[in-house]
Design a protein around this ligand. Sequence first.
Ligand code: ARG
Length: 287
Amino acid sequence: MPVPEPPARAAAPLSVLMCRPTYFTVSYRINPWMNPDHPTDTTRAIAQWETLVATYRELGFAVDFIEPEPGLPDMVFAANGGTVVDGMAYTANFAHPQRRPEAAAHERWFAAAGLEVVRSVEVNEGEGDFLVVGNMILAGTGFRCSTAAHDEVARLVRHEVVPLTLVREDYYHLDTALAVLDARPGAEQIAYLPSAFDDASLAELRRRFPDAIEASEEDAAVFALNAVSDGLHVVTAHGATRFHAQLSSRGFVPVGIDLSELLLGGGGVKCCTLEVRPASMAREAAA
Ligand code: ARG
């Protein structure tokens, strides 16, 4: 049987928002990866995070920064600060009180950046559970994001919002169990961990993405799926060798990063990265 040609890959550099882990530590436990008794090394976390910033710059990404705030150790996980689609910033509304003040800091950043800010009413943690792929937003629920927030987003965007239920506490945000590899409409591709989803959600993923990469438990456990892709380069956990091979066989270029220190907070590459999607031509034309 002839091996089918992998689709043509093309890099489209992203605009991203990041937050230096100046105050990163694990002082509370809101996910199973966090253990306040396990010491963290903030200097090392900063060094690892700087490697991620340098990698994004090498890939030609536009990287912006939000000022870290003392007393908000999880603020490094900028992906949770909101969801930016078509120049509209839908604010976060954190499930846990420890992280709630992060939402206001992000809201101020969004407004200063000239984005149209829509303050959420419903509980959601930004891109932790809202992943844009093609004309869809894959929307996680089960631990942090409410289904009411899915409905709220669906009223704001032109995308179809596809609800997915997470069932494992260790994969508490959608972006810990599912990676968008190619977001281009018509060329959508994802990778995910099947055991993180309930049966109905798994059936939905298999129906919509029949050629998706199914990641192994080992790779998911080092947060390989907490990845950022420009359509060609997939920035992911460095230790996830099988996942790297899966990516290569589909024509993607894996770029491994060691964020072991941030994994102690239950985060990886994607958690540190909020994508700032500018207003699309279509939206501007309609305005
Ligand atoms: N300690 C953080 C929390 O539990 C980690 C957030 C990870 N972020 C993400 N986008 N998955 O809220």
